[in-house]
Design a protein around this ligand. Structure first.
Ligand SMILES: NC(=O)c1ccc[n+]([C@@H]2O[C@H](COP(=O)([O-])OP(=O)(O)OC[C@H]3O[C@@H](n4cnc5c(N)ncnc54)[C@H](OP(=O)(O)O)[C@@H]3O)[C@@H](O)[C@H]2O)c1
Length: 158
């Protein structure tokens, strides 16, 4: 799981671990990953924290190698970091609307203000709402491919 240190990625890692998956958590903030891995292990799950900037090929490759060394296999890759070695993800199967995560806080002040005004009367999605959909996708039988799910807050306009 890339981008597992916060928001949708952290919620998805928790949800997958709760379903019995052994999870490898990758992101740049190792302290966050270790806290989450500890939380998952305390709940009886299996989790491995791997510091990686997935824009670097060698780091992405090392994540895969460490995961396989630890668990013997890599069955599912959830790429949630929002970046790929070849550029941004354009055809992700899950298309979230506005989700209340740390992501919006990384915007410039004027963009933050515009987001605040746009969603002032909207109950935004939570990271767990998207995690639910990801768990659904990856737990379908092998012959079922979910290619697209659009999830918006009920009150969000187009
Ligand atoms: N929130 C929304 O409204 C919304 C809407 C549509 C789509 N999305 C997409 O959903 C995904 C998750 O976003 P979020 O809302 O959960 O935001 P978030 O809380 O900011 O999470 C982003 C995650 O990606 C990681 N990350 C970023 N760059 C990375 C890199 N170079 N290498 C490794 N990890 C990296 C971050 O960890 P570190 O900083 O520790 O590396 C963090 O764990 C993103 O792809 C985002 O574009 C979000």
């Amino acid at each position: 799981m890339t981008g597992a240190s916060s928001g949708i990625g952290a919620a998805t890692a928790r949800a997958l671990a709760a379903q019995g998956a052994a999870v490898a958590l990758a992101a740049r903030r190792l302290d966050r990953l270790e806290d989450l891995a500890g939380e998952i292990r305390e709940s009886g799950g299996a989790a491995l924290a791997i510091e990686a900037d997935v824009t670097e090929f060698s780091a992405a490759e090392a994540v895969v190698q460490r995961t396989i060394a630890e668990y013997g296999t890599l069955d599912i890759l959830v790429n949630n970091a929002g970046v790929l070695l070849l550029g941004p993800i354009l055809d992700a199967p899950v298309e979230p609307g506005a989700v209340a995560t740390e992501l919006s806080s990384q915007n410039r002040l004027e963009i933050l203000e515009s987001i605040k005004q746009r969603f002032v009367d909207v109950e935004r999605l939570q990271a767990v709402d998207i995690a639910d959909a990801i768990v659904y996708i990856v737990t379908r039988p092998r012959h079922v491919a979910i290619n697209e799910i659009l999830i918006r807050s009920t009150e969000q306009e187009q």
